[in-house]
Design a protein around this ligand. Structure first.
Ligand SMILES: C[S@@+](CC[C@H](N)C(=O)[O-])C[C@H]1O[C@@H](n2cnc3c(N)ncnc32)[C@H](O)[C@@H]1O
Length: 195
């Protein structure tokens, strides 16, 4: 009986991101969810930062903001949720005060596939995010591509991240090379301490 059983659930990009957040976010931290969507990452950030922390979230869809707020309410958490583009995040926090910023690119789960993240605003937001990060802070990115959103945002993100000066930023990419289709991948960017 050598029949291979199908695994119930495989490790995915969100597992990697959440494990990483659990390791790098502490009580009292200021953190940002750049793409709130249904609020799953925002909820984890609230759990990790606790009552003394500050969680700031962004989405351009009212449906996403309402859905994230509802999830937080159901779980006894609250966060500063803004119906605004993540490209404007510098209007909401001071430079070098944020420990971790999460980006989950793509479209709203169970929402319209017509609205998704785009390279121009995503890269503007990454640049802003790097200015907001504390030294030794992290960007945590989950990059989805190959659906209606195509490949152009992924290509622009990878090109931008590859161009970051290695003295100042460590960029770690975790992909799934033995999976077929367009498996989403994670990128973690650490802002190093400047001398
Ligand atoms: C993959 S979903 C995020 C999923 C979310 N983290 C969750 O737990 O459900 C991507 C979200 O990014 C949002 N989005 C697209 N462009 C944006 C922008 N410029 N600024 C902020 N959010 C944006 C979409 O509306 C969508 O809800």
């Amino acid at each position: 009986m050598n029949e291979k059983k199908t695994p119930k659930r495989q490790l995915g990009v969100l597992d990697l991101a959440h494990r990483f957040l659990r390791e790098h976010v502490s009580a009292g931290d200021t953190v940002i969810d750049a793409t709130c969507g249904r609020g799953n990452d925002t909820k984890l950030l609230c759990e990790l930062t606790g009552a003394s922390g500050r969680v700031i979230g962004f989405d351009i869809q009212q449906e996403a903001i309402d859905s994230a707020a509802e999830l937080l309410r159901e779980n006894g958490y609250s966060a500063e949720l803004h119906l605004d583009s993540h490209a404007n995040m510098e209007q909401y926090a001071e430079p070098e005060t944020v420990s971790c910023i999460v980006f989950n690119f793509g479209w709203l789960p169970r929402g319209s596939h017509e609205i998704f993240t785009h390279a121009d605003s995503s890269i503007a937001a990454l640049e802003a995010g790097l200015r907001l990060l504390k030294p030794e802070g992290w960007l945590v990115l989950c990059i989805y591509y190959g659906g209606v959103n195509g490949f152009s945002e992924r290509d622009a993100l990878v090109e931008y991240l590859s161009s970051l000066e290695s003295r100042y930023y460590t960029v770690l990419q975790c992909s799934f090379p033995n999976r077929t289709g367009c498996p989403p991948f994670a990128v973690f960017v650490k802002k190093e301490i400047a001398e």
